[in-house]
Design a protein around this ligand. Structure first.
Ligand SMILES: [Zn+2]
Length: 351
């Protein structure tokens, strides 16, 4: 079967996506337009010229540091800009078949080159997001991202408290991202204790992406992670895998991102299947589709072609994601019913 044909079938399958960054989901056309409007100092002659700077290139070093260089914050100069990119990110996810999305964003990143206020940005994302999700008939939650190398306790505490206040608007969790080589989990215990104390926010920690299984362990033990972003290195330690499986901690895995950051050498040898076989709860996510220049269904295509995953395997991953979603039980049941119905209807299409 040709790739396009597979992608068309995959698009029709209902998906639950727990790990997508707003800042990594901007359309190239939108970056070009906003960049020109705001006089951003990047090559803006056309989409391809811009893509060479803001998207991963096949001939570049596959390192996390190189990948992180692709994020720029000059696009956001007004709340309308923030609302626009939020709306488009949700439209694009829905077009991939996503029926429940958890979109994460960094208030600090979104206000870095503007006079926007972090609370205002958080409200703008929630408001635009809710409208876009209603329009697309999908379920939606948000996480705020804190970036390790920009630790600032009083700013972070303000973001966490504002996130808790916005929980009725769909803000459901806090994420820790950034350079985990230079900034291990131990530095962030105090702030994540505060997150726990809110009792309304879940915790997702980028951990063991390129470092070690030990970082995955400490994300759970020290920071109280409900879910782990990536966690690819967990596969290197059986006791960590056992702990994850026992506690039902969901690993939000993003194969193409893991390849481009050099955390895995080959997509065929991505650790998801081994973790899955060991009983660790895993799911598939797009991470930063515009930076990767790939779609969520390209990630699913990896599962089908490189790991020979069947529809039944993919359904199991969706059920895993539903289980880890930051949703109240009633809504979780509704999402699960929608996913299972969609799979039942597409049973005979084959892949
Ligand atoms: Zn991520």
């Amino acid at each position: 079967m040709e790739k396009d044909e597979r992608l068309a079938i995959l698009r029709g399958l209902p998906k639950v996506e727990l790990h997508r960054h707003l800042e990594g989901s901007l359309r190239l056309s939108t970056m070009l337009e906003l960049g020109r409007r705001h006089g951003v100092d990047l090559p803006l002659d056309n989409e391809e010229a811009l893509a060479r700077v803001v998207c991963f290139q096949a001939d570049e070093p596959r390192t996390l540091a190189n990948f992180l260089k692709k994020f720029h914050s000059g696009w956001y100069r007004s709340y309308a800009d923030v609302e626009r990119v939020t709306t488009e990110a949700i439209e694009d996810a829905a077009a991939q078949g996503v029926v429940h999305l958890e979109l994460r964003f960094s208030p600090e990143h979104l206000v870095r080159t503007s006079r926007l206020q972090p609370q205002g940005v958080m409200e703008a994302v929630c408001e635009a997001g809710r409208a876009a999700a209603a329009e697309a008939s999908i379920s939606l939650r948000f996480l705020v991202t804190l970036t390790r190398e920009r630790y600032d306790f009083s700013f972070w505490r303000m973001v966490v408290d504002a996130a808790a206040d916005l929980s009725p608007e769909g803000l459901a969790g806090v994420d820790l991202a950034g350079d985990e080589f230079a900034h291990p989990n131990q530095e962030y215990q105090k702030i994540f204790q505060r997150v726990k104390d809110t009792k309304v926010l879940g915790i997702s920690i980028h951990a063991g992406e390129g470092t070690s299984a030990e970082q995955v362990l400490s994300a759970v033990k020290l920071l109280g992670a409900d879910r782990i972003g990536h966690g690819t290195k967990a596969v290197e330690d059986e006791s960590v895998m056992e702990m994850l499986a026992e506690r039902g901690i969901v690993l939000e895995m993003c194969p193409i991102s893991n390849y481009q950051t050099g955390c895995v050498d080959e997509l065929t040898r991505h650790p998801l299947p081994e973790l899955d076989r060991a009983g660790v709860v895993t799911c598939i996510n797009a991470d930063d589709p515009s930076i990767q220049r790939s779609s969520l269904n390209d990630e699913y295509d990896v599962a089908v072609t490189r790991w020979t995953y069947t529809l039944q395997d993919l359904l199991r991953l969706e059920q895993n994601a539903v289980g880890g979603a930051f949703l109240p039980d009633e809504q979780r049941e509704a999402v699960l019913a929608r996913v299972e119905k969609g799979y039942a209807e597409s049973k005979d299409q084959g892949l």
